[in-house]
Design a protein around this ligand. Sequence first.
Ligand code: PPE
Length: 306
Amino acid sequence: MAMPQSEKIWFNGELVPWEDAKIHVLSHVVHYGSSVFEGIRCYHTRRGPAVFRLDEHIRRLLDSAKIYRMEVPYTQEQLTGAVCDTIRANRLDACYVRPIAFRGYGALGVLPFACPVDTVIAVWEWGKYLGPEALEQGVDVCTSSWHRVAPNTLPFLAKAGGNYLNSQLAKMEAKINGYDEGIVLGPDGLVSEGSGENIFVIRNGVLYTPDSSHSILPGITRHTAITLARELGFKVEQRPIPREGLYIADEVFFTGTAAEITPVRSIDRITIGAGQRGPVTRQLQEAFFRVVNGDADDTRGWLTAV
Ligand code: PPE
């Protein structure tokens, strides 16, 4: 299925037509996965389009680049401004935003220093990540037979293109076996995260999520969910979760920019709780959508007006 196109893509500081945003096949990134990227959502609010937690996403992009010794020739302020310019240029009200910095065309061979760093921002309309019904009905997922790589192999604080080879293995396996998504265990056999989401477990009214030592991407939606859950009066603990802790949970949900807050209704064909979106997940979703849609007061400065 072809992706929904928009009109313009920000390419090294210029807005170019969608079709013209191209790179050479011998670009370093094509061969060695040398990119760092972000996924951000812009929501329709009463005050017009607004980008959710833009500063945190751009900060993470620049952090990812730093980890890989990649010099992005733009500042935090230039990039946040460029994201808003790109959304405006495409006249979109709500969209997904994909900034990416990568090692471009210059030389091949593993050592990337002779290649330029290219920076791109694309925006398009992206619907529900795990299917149109997922937010209300929940999804059916499996534990992947593929594990995350160990922390001393690929750094997980970096949101790097190469990391997603592991995610692709987990996701393809899940889909081919009839599931919506795969949960990946860490190298120690404990729960890490979904192929493109963080995971939370609820038991007896307490929320648990793996801490950052479990090969997770420290998600911005994860941080949002922790903050909102505590504000709603729930206790949230970041700690190791064994695989079977998923099965005996009252509720499980995923968090991610693309997935937002998606309930999980079964894992490995074991029904979670009542097999539908649970009450805590629902309460948290409502709080989340009030914030991102600008219906709640933006007390933390999480929304950037476009
Ligand atoms: N873990 C992984 C592996 C991950 O890819 C994401 C986001 C998260 C956790 C959640 O992070 P955050 O978005 O900051 O809450 N995955 C992005 C890309 C998904 C894709 O298929 O591409 C996203 O949700 O935008």
